[in-house]
Design a protein around this ligand. Sequence first.
Ligand SMILES: Cc1ncc(COP(=O)(O)O)c(C=O)c1O
Length: 369
Amino acid sequence: MENSLIAERVRARLTAIRQANLYREPRVSTGLDFSHNDYLGISSSRLLAEAGARALEILGSGSQGSRLLGGHSRMFDEAETAIAEFFGAPAALFFSSGYLANIALVTTLSPLFDRVLCDELNHASLIDGVRLAKVEKTIFPHNGVSDLITTPTDLIITEALFSQNGDFVDQRALSAQAAFVLLDQAHSAGVFFEDGRGVKRDWSTTAMTVTFGKAFGVGGACILCSAQIRELLINSARPFIFSTAPPPVVPAMVMESLKIVAKESWRREALWAMSSQVRAVLSEVDPTLQNTDEWGQRSPIIPVRLGAADRALRLSENMRQSGFETRAIRYPTVKVGEERIRISLSLSVSEDNALGMAKYLVELWKEFL
Ligand SMILES: Cc1ncc(COP(=O)(O)O)c(C=O)c1O
């Protein structure tokens, strides 16, 4: 029998979402795509596909269970060793996504500290981790690390390259803090800091997340940390204990991707050059895009701030009809009033096409100002 009362409530929720301009649905990108995070254009690499095919042949498609049951295989050991070495970390623990890795890390670490301090622009996975941990949190203004006064029993949770603003954490301020730091490198890993090998910090006061579905072009994620914290994660992190391990083909392809990122530095350089040039074009309408240092100029994440969901949706739709995929970013991804289009540059689009998109966007953007 149909439960019409609940169906009516579902309909009412959907109507409210639509009326607030917050309705979303998955849509296949058409035209030139500036909405994904495959920054180095690696996801289409032949070498990755071949590494995946080899692993599939040898290890089969599914992992068959969680890592603490039959889901563990030598592929995870090999990948974690290679990943820890690549990022210069004592240990690494593989997860099927960055979202799960962050939930695991935040819920495991937060209860050990007297205070948990979070940047106001932290990603949803970090926010949800704190919520699940049921600990008190203090939110500090975006990139306000230098104003914090911390002790070694404080935990600072922040990102290296912020996913929606495209700006970097103040590393010097972070280094000056006494607190333990949980640093999410989802968007910087592979592209920034020491040839993509990540921020260098003392591992006795640091744990990090790196994801492989963005610059590494595959999927999955790792927590980088001390051997002792890894041991604790294995013994208490629910996303590790209670979830089927990713198919072994995932770590196999990640290992191939690490080799490409290590060898092909031209990819990073081409992306940085493209980012600086696109920013220069867009700064005609938003001069703040150029008010950054040399590294800020190289960030491939460029926010085009519209300040209202309907405006962001209209601009994005107009761009789409002209052959450019630039998606509207709305609440809860950003705060109400901070709605924007997020340009995400990648080597899967040529520099000429990226500049063409930027010039077209400038003309359109002027109409919206
Ligand atoms: C800063 C940040 N952390 C973590 C994640 C989650 O990573 P994944 O997409 O692998 O789940 C994202 C995803 O976009 C992110 O932007």
